[in-house]
Design a protein around this ligand. Sequence first.
Ligand SMILES: Cc1cc2nc3c(=O)[nH]c(=O)nc-3n(C[C@H](O)[C@H](O)[C@H](O)COP(=O)(O)OP(=O)(O)OC[C@H]3O[C@@H](n4cnc5c(N)ncnc54)[C@H](O)[C@@H]3O)c2cc1C
Length: 478
Amino acid sequence: MAAIDSFGIDRLRTRLSKSAVILTPDTEGYQESLVRWSDTGRKEAGIVVQPVGYEDVSTVVRWATEHSIDIAVKGGGHSTAGTSSSEGGLVIDLSRMKHVSVDAAEKTIRVQGGATWKEVDEAGAAHGLATVGGTVNHTGVGGLTLGGGYGWLSGQYGLTIDNLLSAKVVLADGSQVSASPTQSQDLFWGLRGAGYNFGVVVEFKFQAYDQSPLVYSGVLAFPPEQLEKVVEVLNSGLANPDARSGAMCIITQAPDGSGPMIVVICFYNGTHEEGEARFADLLALTPILNTLGMIPYSELNTLQNPQATYGDRKSFKGVFYEPPLDTNFIRGVFDDFVAKVNSDKDLIPSAIILEFIDMRKICEVPLSQTAFASRNMTQNGILVMRWSDASKDLDHRNWAREAQKKWKTELDARKRNSLHKNDVPQYINYAEPGDSLVDNIYGANLARLQEIKAYYDPRNIFHKMHPIPLPATGTLEK
Ligand SMILES: Cc1cc2nc3c(=O)[nH]c(=O)nc-3n(C[C@H](O)[C@H](O)[C@H](O)COP(=O)(O)OP(=O)(O)OC[C@H]3O[C@@H](n4cnc5c(N)ncnc54)[C@H](O)[C@@H]3O)c2cc1C
C-alpha cells in the first residue's frame, strides 16, 4: 500500500467541499474518529476523511484509488472485527452524512449512508411511520442494511433489504449510480445481502409503513432454573407464530452481580391487551422483573442500549438453531457459558442473545431474488464476548469459536433429514469475516455475485467485509 504523503493530502483538500473534514494522526479529532463500538474494531488509519456530500465521496474514492491507498468505509462503526477501519490507510467516515427525510405521502424514508437507526426511527415516528430497522438504535443503517437486516418489524415486513426501494452508490471508479428494480438491477440485487462489496452507499430509500405511536414491549427476567420453561414457551410461540410479535432470550448476568439470569425482551405490535395475551405463558412463570407495557415506538430499539454500550473489547460469534430449540442443548450452553464467565470476571458483561422471530414473511421472498443467502426458518443468535484485558483476546476468541461450533454440530444433527440441507444457516452480519462457521457465506448466490463483483469492483477496492472472491478468469470490462 502506498504511503500517504502530505502533497497528496493537500491536493485532496482542494477537491473536497469546504465543510468536509480531513483528519491525520497529528490533527485534533483524529483519535476520536478512530473510536468504534468495540475497541477490537479500532485501527490507526493513515487518514480519515469525513465527507459531507456525494461528490466528496466520489472525490475521495478516486483520490485513494489513484494513490493505491487501502479504503475502509465507516457507517455506524459497529463491526467488532475492524471492517470499517484501516491500518495505515484511508477511512471514509460517513458520520457527517446522516440526513434522513420522510415522504409521508409516499410512505418512504430516504437515509444518508452514515445515519444510525436512531435517526430513522425518530424521523419516521414523527410522521407515524416505521421501517424494518435494527434492534439497537445506535447501530449503523449502512452495515446492517447491506448484510440483510433483522428487526422487530421483520415478522410483518421481512428483512430491511426487503424494504429497500433504491440506493445511490459511489463505485470503485468514483462514478455515482442509482440501483433499483429498474436501474443497475444486478447491482441492486447484490447490494441486498452482500452490499459492502461494491462501493460506498451514500443513500438508501426504504418503504415505510403506518406505525401506531405505542407498542407493547419491555423486559422480563427469570432465575436460571427457569431456563427450560422459558425456552419451551418461546418455542411454542414460534410454533404458533404471530407476525406482530417477536422475542429475544438473553443469558446474562444480574446487574447486582448475584449471578446469571435469563432475560426475555418481548415485543407485540398492538395493544396492551393483545400483548399480554401473547405473552401470558411467560408472565405465568412469575418473572422476577417485569417492565412490560406500552412504550413509544421510537424507544423500542433503545431497550438494549444500557447493555450494548461502547467500550471494551468485544467479539461477535453468530450462532443459529432450527426451532424448537432443544432444552437439554441450551442447558449445556448455559452451563459452559457461566463456567467461562466465572473463570474470568472480566467477562461479566458477556451474553448469549437468541432471537425468536417469525420468519414466514422473510421466507416468502425466493432465495434467488436477492443476494441474501440465509433466507430460511433457522433462527439467529449471537454469543457476545466482552472483556477489557487485550492480552486475553486470543483466549476468549478461541473459547467462543469452540462454543460456536457446538451450535453447528447441533444444527447439523437436527438438519440431517431436512429438505433445506444446503441453505446457509449463518446470518452474514453476525459472522466476523474469516471466522464464519460456513465455508461459503453466499451459498447458492456466490456465482452471480462473483460476476457482479468483477463488473463493478474488478480491483477489489471494497474488500473488508466478507469479500466476494473474484472469478479466476473472464472479468467483464466496465
Ligand atoms: C449492538 C449491536 C446490535 C445489533 N443489532 C442488530 C439487529 O438488530 N439486526 C441486525 O440485522 N443486525 C444487528 N447487528 C449486526 C449489524 O447489522 C452489523 O454489525 C453491521 O455491520 C453494523 O453496521 P454499522 O454500519 O454500524 O457498522 P460499520 O462497522 O460501520 O460497518 C460494517 C461494514 O459495513 C460497511 N458499511 C457500512 N456502511 C456502509 C455504507 N454506507 N456503504 C458501504 N459500506 C458500508 C463497512 O465498510 C463495514 O465493512 C447488531 C450489531 C451490534 C454491534
